[in-house]
Design a protein around this ligand. Structure first.
Ligand code: IMP
Ligand code: MG
Length: 174
């Protein structure tokens, strides 16, 4: 059975916003190189589109984490499934995420990555659901869209591993 998906943010609007966020990054990192850390799998589409629009020197690395939890709640205890290939020492790190929900995953991840002595760590997310935030200390530097508390798919985000490839952001209708 195929689910009915309502478009929440069109492909055109997503791409336009990514260009605007990339322009801010280009301004803020002028004269520096930015080290993008893509959080797999959800962050992969956004990372590619963002990286293509960044004009300062870019390096890329990937990390895959799983958050233990019951049901739809993440616990904040993060298991590293795939660690980074490169050291972070002295680098201007920009973490690229698909969505920040409770913030538990990111709070834990930032703590781990800080210990690797980067020059600085900033956070960039495609979507933010601030209503759901539990970890208030997670400061997001670049947000493409703030959305209400709805379960969304597309542009990297999945429902049971499906719909990551949708070129827009949608809501699965019940
Ligand atoms: P948290 O911020 O630790 O609660 O977890 C964030 C993670 O939960 C994201 O990286 C997504 O993998 C997943 N997630 C949260 N909300 C959604 C959603 O609306 N659709 C798909 N995945 C979601
Ligand atoms: Mg994710």
């Amino acid at each position: 059975m195929t689910d009915k998906i309502r478009v929440l943010i069109s492909e055109e609007d997503v791409n336009k916003k990514i260009s605007e966020i990339a322009a801010l990054i280009n301004r803020d990192y002028e004269g520096k190189a930015v080290h993008l850390i893509c959080i797999l799998k959800g962050g992969v589409f956004f990372t590619c589109e963002l990286a293509k629009r960044i004009t300062v020197p870019v390096s890329l690395d990937f990390m895959s984490v799983s958050s233990y939890g019951s049901g739809t709640e993440s616990s904040g205890v993060v298991k590293i499934i795939k660690d980074l290939d490169e050291p972070l020492e002295g680098k201007h790190v920009l973490i690229v995420e698909d969505i920040i929900d409770s913030g538990r995953t990111l709070a834990y991840l930032i703590e781990i990555l800080q210990k690797r002595n980067p020059a600085d760590i900033r956070l960039c997310t495609l979507l933010d659901k601030p209503e759901r935030r539990v970890k208030k200390q997670v400061r997001v530097d670049y947000t493409c869209f703030t959305i209400p508390d709805e379960f969304v798919v597309g542009y990297g985000l999945d429902y049971d591993q499906k719909y990551r490839n949708l070129p827009y952001i949608g809501v699965v209708e019940q």
